[in-house]
Design a protein around this ligand. Structure first.
Ligand code: FAD
Length: 136
């Protein structure tokens, strides 16, 4: 089975309660047995997520995530076969918030120091996710 990487962003649904600790515990519980790995960034408004693993497993979990009412307006920005994982040791790393260091990272790759859907491209987003992963 091909190794693939899927990248999307979404908006938090303010009408539905969100507990990120519960959410990430579910990610670990479900992802680890399927050898799914990745990184989730939540800035209080947007989620950015990278999912890596076998193509069928990534596809199945994405379809499940896409129906989750805790977020809305999912935009898929990339799904590609890859030779190597970017986040091989995390069944799902969670990075929350927009501290000064995170703003610096966004400013390095994007016109603004925050996530802006208008200026998103998958390569820069993956660079951001790798850099903010070093903060964890
Ligand atoms: P359960 O073990 O039955 O539920 C786990 C816990 O999640 C429950 O205690 C419950 O409180 C809470 N929960 C479940 N659904 C809701 C809901 N609709 N509203 C509020 N709380 C709820 N799942 C993964 O397995 N892997 C991922 O990488 C992943 N990434 C996600 C990223 C985002 C941004 C979001 C919003 C969700 C993500 N999910 C992920 C969760 C996914 O959408 C499903 O909720 C989850 O996979 C269900 O797994 P389960 O049946 O084992 O849940």
């Amino acid at each position: 089975m091909s190794l693939c990487r899927l990248v999307y962003y979404s908006e938090r649904n303010p009408a539905v309660a969100l507990d990120t600790r519960t959410l990430i515990a579910t990610c670990h519980k479900n992802n680890a047995p399927r050898s799914l790995t990745g990184m989730l960034h939540y800035n209080g408004t947007y989620f950015l997520q990278v999912l890596e693993g076998g193509r069928a497993d990534v596809s199945a979990i994405y379809h499940r995530i896409a129906t989750d009412p805790r977020h809305i307006n999912l935009i898929l920005i990339g799904c590609m076969d890859v030779r190597e994982r970017l986040f091989p040791t995390w069944s799902m790393g969670l990075h929350e918030g927009m501290g000064d260091r995170t703003k610096e990272i966004f400013l390095r790759y994007f016109p603004k120091e925050r996530f802006d859907p208008e200026s998103i491209n998958v390569d820069s987003l993956l660079d951001v996710m790798q850099d903010i992963a070093t903060e964890l």
